[in-house]
Design a protein around this ligand. Sequence first.
Ligand code: ZN
Length: 496
Amino acid sequence: MDAQANYQRLVSNIVALESAEALLSYDQQTAMPKKGIEARSEVAGKLATLVFDALTSNELADAIKALESEDRLQPEVLASLRSVSKVHRRMRSIPADVYEAFATDRARGQAAWEEARERNDFDTFLPYLERMVGYAKQFAECYGYTGSPYDALLDIYESGMTSQQLDGIIQPLREQLVPFLQELRDNGQAPDKACLEGAFPVAAQRKLSLQALSQLGYDFESGRLDEAVHPFTSGIGAGDVRLTTRFRETDLMSGLFGTLHEGGHALYEQGVPTTLHPLRLAGGSSFGIHESQSRMYENLIGRSLPFWRHFHPELSKAFPQFASVETETLYRAINTVTPSFIRVEADEVTYNLHIMLRYELETELMTDRLAVEDLPERWNQAMEDYLGIRPSSDRDGVLQDVHWSVGYFGYFPTYMLGNLYCAQLFATLRKDLPKLDEQITSGQFAPLLEWLRKHVHRHGAAVEPVELIERVTGEAPNSQFFVDYVRSKYADIYRL
Ligand code: ZN
């Protein structure tokens, strides 16, 4: 067998195992009966070992080496080789006994975090968190880096991005966003949210979500919508990209925007050509690019005036109380800015500030400028500096996110990058589609989707994030497009 065929055989085996993992996990979160958890965990554990063994095998090492010495590889094969070999080398760099200890401590860490958050007790979580920080530092050394150890971790989620680049993106963002938020709070006219209050039967909410998804172009013959405690999207395989949302009877918009967000993720993966699947390139360019697609549909489209000019009548059909509300009033109500303690509840203006704070703390932890025990105080101070509010409990502060308890350091910045990439892509999109507002107002979402398919989706993971943004927008990733977008939108809504 030639080198390429051998490599593709091994990689497609890994893809098949990962597809089975994804399906089991999806089922666990949406449909599995409660008592199935023990047996399911065992199956999931065995499958995870098979995936780990396949990704770190000597056979794959040889196949990668053989293929690396070939020239004239097709671009997709080359992209696959770049991405798979990176994961392979990273996973092999960690000694097996260290990885096993990490997996055990991670499970304990998550359990300790759940309990600590419940009881608002940072001190009991502290030793577990210290261990996780220790692993992150150790892994960074194993993976290797040229600049900061943080870069080695960031690269897992946002391939090719460095903390130096990130600092250059964040600094102007911080300098403009913090005073703008202050200006909104001091001089802005906050919208009236009263029209969003009420009880909204879940069955009608579900119908509305399904309707929105199908209008946006989500293909229900290649996916489905389910409900889960923590909404997520899962690309199980070619022709099967599923999403979940969560409905609350008293909060209509949380369910709908959850659907639009996950819908953006799902449309992305539905747009990846089937030829990229067996090469392990179906999952999207990076976490940040993935998030740019979800934010596009949730915020830049879903929270826009043209969208509500189109969707308001649909909403009124489902919930007649909205028939007497002005579209403009509704639009302003769903775009209020309120500094809050909890990241996942944050609005478009404040969201990135939550991320900046986490990024700063993470880099300080990784470079020994901050001790884990000083985290709560440092967190609360940063909240005050950026958002003007100080949490009165760690539950509303440093204990709110699961990420650190399971060793995800370097992950948070991708949420912010998603917002920034999204605004940057959207500026080019608008130039290419001068009639976008009219199209959306009349419910034509196909030109938008076609543009995203052509410029983003069809590449899957074959193009790295920074290169993708530069190729499409002609500029390196930066925060100015986001700042301009937020300023113009919210200065108008808040009548500044
Ligand atoms: Zn997302």
